[in-house]
Unconditional design. Structure first.
Length: 235
């Protein structure tokens, strides 16, 4: 289900009980509390900054992170991006806030709720895994005035994915985040790490996962074999 409608229900309750936290804009908090009660709103949140440079606060990456451009009698005008707004296309509004390193510029510490039909709001869906594999080179393009990011593949990564990834990309110059592929290994995390290294080595050498797994097991390390039988790809 991802983030279902009840996901932000407890948060919405705090807008009424703890509205003073948002002083001097507490009336805005109470407004959204009442709106949620009367209209049974489905809310989402987006608090994560684009992963450009995690060693620097958002106000040092000003061209990409959400910040206030100007304030008018009708409200604020903001610019910038947030990521991981799961379910946002189905929601009525999104709660936006700062999360991360301390800020020096007040404009970047903005907290607000924005209706999904607000003028200028744009949703950019993440690429499918197939598209990422086929066009991972696009991930090397800089995000604004920043260093070029390293392509990072996540979700569903295990010993079955290095071969098709290497075939599509033709490079190992990327990051593979495989929490499940490591922690879910039947022999433990250490074996999970060894199995992934072996799977990548096999992919680069053009050796099938099945052949590499049985060869490694015969040599004394069954990590790849057990991973292949757990995640698939090995008889």
């Amino acid at each position: 289900m991802g983030r279902s409608p009840d996901y932000k229900a407890s948060f919405l309750a705090t807008l009424g009980v703890n509205n003073a936290f948002y002083h001097p804009y507490h009336e805005n908090a109470k407004h959204w509390y009442r709106a949620a009660q009367e209209r049974v709103l489905f809310l989402n949140h987006a608090i994560v900054h684009p992963p450009v440079d995690r060693t620097r606060p958002a106000d040092e990456v000003a061209d990409i992170c959400v910040h206030v451009e100007k304030e008018t009698d009708q409200g604020i005008v903001v610019s910038g991006a947030k990521v991981v707004a799961t379910g946002s296309a189905l929601t009525h509004a999104t709660f936006v806030a700062h999360f991360g390193l301390p800020l020096k510029k007040k404009a970047f510490g903005v907290v607000f709720i924005v209706p999904m039909h607000a003028r200028g709001l744009k949703l950019i869906c993440r690429q499918s895994y197939e598209m990422v594999a086929a066009h991972v080179g696009s991930l090397l393009e800089p995000l604004g005035k920043t260093l070029s990011p390293v392509p990072t593949l996540s979700s569903g990564q295990n010993v079955t994915t290095p071969a098709p990834t290497f075939t599509a990309v033709g490079s190992t110059d990327l990051l593979m985040l495989a929490g499940g592929g490591v922690a879910a290994h039947p022999d433990g995390p250490a074996a999970g790490v060894r199995s992934l290294r072996a799977a990548w080595a096999a992919a680069v050498d053009g050796v099938s996962l099945d052949v590499a797994a049985h060869a490694a097991a015969q040599a004394g390390d069954p990590a790849l074999l057990h991973a292949g039988r757990t995640f698939g790809g090995v008889a």
